[in-house]
Design a protein around this ligand. Structure first.
Ligand code: NAD
Length: 485
């Protein structure tokens, strides 16, 4: 951390509709809480049903103009937005850490990735193509990929700005207008970005931002017959509600990026130090609040005890506290999340009587801090091994003996977002890559998903893909043309 970051004092707090900053029609507000201190940072305007409708009006009115905007101009506007984010980098990093609680290094990595990803999709604006088909008659057969019109985006709080950008960048590059409901828990960076949309010169109504509560603003968006597509990232429980609401009016297209319970499989030939560090980072990064968090570790019986010993030694490197003190482990995002995790600790101790080798409790009495926690010898069907805890809580499951056994055990989950494999043996890794039921497999590595690689889930982790060309396909529909020459 070379730059000195301080707590920001200026906030953008209004809804952003038709390039105007406005209060909600009901003039109600949502408090934004600093999770490290439990103090109120500010209040933001709350979007309710009518505000979402007004944002849809604006997006619908803007669509013909945006659709007609040259591809190069669309691309240049997205590049300009990336440039402005780069200019405001320090402010955005500070806002993200203040609002979400994540360590400064985490916010820096996220905002850098927002810029990279935005540039990646800016480059796509003039590269959306259809196909032509072989024909022996005088008929030309071809396809066009066309935007949907107005798309609704609903995003979570764990990577606040990045999860927003993953959606609005390909949606806009593909020619859609956007109504976006970010998480009400962490609205500060996306609201700041609204200023940058305006400054970059995006036409009014192309991007609209309506933070509000999920069951009110989110559901209005998901239900609206004037929205043609919804892209949602969040929990599997809410994903089901989005599908239901989406099907009740116009049967809109849906992309769902949902929860996960990533298995980390450590094979006996793997580099043990690398395996230990990787397993630690895979669960503790972002305080466990990652959809791909490696929350279930499967270690071969021959190295089990040594793995546990080395993992325990990492605990001394953890510094817990507020991001602005340079700590590397921050609070959970809010009190509800903290209490949910404490509930799992209670269950582990009093019901399942799990063996806890570190943590298992809150840190301090102010702020929503949870100590990094590790349970060992956990049964596969334990509540903690099956449910998405979304906290810094690692279950090292009972040791495994054979590869067939560990594959079956790793797949014993309703989720299928990611899997991690640690081995130097290529035929073994190839077998695991093929047999693990997940949308992303990391072999001897673990990182933030890359812009150019499709990202999404198998099973109840959702369907559709963010990132890569697949994301552009998600925001376009195919028109087939039969053209008699
Ligand atoms: P959440 O499901 O509670 O909320 C996500 C968004 O949905 C928020 O904006 C919320 O306001 C909104 N919402 C809530 N109820 C709604 C309703 N009835 N109708 C419409 N919108 C509604 O999720 P969260 O707690 O913000 O985020 C954590 C979850 O997100 C975890 O399960 C995590 O795994 C998942 N996640 C998945 C990915 C992925 O790419 N697969 C990435 C990040 C997070």
């Amino acid at each position: 951390m070379s730059t000195t970051y301080t707590r920001p004092t200026v906030f953008q707090t209004k809804l952003f509709i038709n390039n105007e900053f406005v209060d909600g029609v009901k003039k109600t507000t949502i408090p934004v809480i600093n999770p490290a201190t439990e103090e109120k940072i500010t209040d933001i305007a709350e979007a309710t049903e009518r505000d979402v409708e007004l944002a849809i009006d604006a997006a619908k009115a803007a669509y013909p103009k945006w659709h007609a905007t040259s591809l190069r101009e669309r691309s240049m506007l997205l590049y300009k937005l990336a440039e402005l984010i780069e200019r405001d980098f320090t402010t955005l990093v500070s806002l993200e850490s203040l609002d979400n609680g994540k360590p400064i290094e985490g916010s820096e990595a996220d905002i850098r990735e927002v810029i990279n990803n935005l540039r990646y999709f800016a480059g796509w604006a003039d590269k959306v193509t259809g196909k032509t088909y072989a024909s022996q008659t005088e008929t030309l057969f071809y396809t066009r990929r066309e935007p949907f019109g107005v798309v609704g985006l609903i995003s979570p709080w764990n990577f606040p700005l990045l999860m927003c950008e993953w959606k609005f960048a390909p949606a806009l590059a593909a020619g859609n207008c956007v109504v976006h409901k970010p998480s009400e828990e962490t609205p500060l960076t996306i609201l700041w970005l609204c200023r940058l949309f305006k400054e970059a010169g995006f036409p009014a109504g192309v991007y609209n931002c309506v933070p509000g509560y999920g069951p009110i603003a989110g559901e209005t968006l998901a239900r609206s017959h004037r929205v043609s597509k919804i892209s949602f990232t969040g929990s599997t429980v809410v994903g089901r509600k989005i599908m239901e609401a989406s099907s009740q009016t116009n049967l809109k297209k849906v992309t769902l990026e949902l929860g996960g319970k990533t298995p980390v499989i450590v094979c006996p030939d793997g580099d043990l130090d690398m395996a230990v560090n990787l397993a630690w980072n895979a669960i503790m990064y972002n305080m466990g609040q990652c959809c791909i968090a490696g929350s279930r570790v499967f270690v071969h019986e021959s190295i089990y005890q040594e793995f546990v010993n080395r993992l325990k030694a990492i605990e001394s490197k953890v510094t817990i506290g507020c991001a602005f003190t340079g700590a590397n482990h921050g609070p959970q995002v809010n009190q509800t999340q903290m209490n949910k995790i404490l509930g799992y600790f209670d269950h582990a101790k009093n019901v399942e009587k799990l063996e806890c080798i570190m943590g298992g409790e809150r840190w301090g009495t102010k702020g929503y801090f949870i100590k990094p926690t590790v349970y060992i010898n956990v049964d596969d069907n334990s509540k903690l091994a099956q449910e998405e805890i979304f906290g810094p809580v690692l279950c090292i499951l009972k040791p495994w003996k054979t590869i067939e056994e560990v594959i079956e055990r790793a797949n014993n989950t309703k989720y299928g977002l990611a899997g991690v494999v640690i081995t130097k043996n290529m035929s073994l890794s190839d077998k695991l890559v093929r047999e693990l039921q997940a949308g992303t497999i990391f072999v001897n590595t673990y990182c933030i998903p890359q812009s150019f690689i499709p990202f999404g889930g198998y099973k109840e982790s959702g369907f559709g893909r963010d990132n890569g060309e697949e994301a552009i396909l998600e925001y376009t529909q195919v028109k087939a043309v039969y053209y008699q020459l």
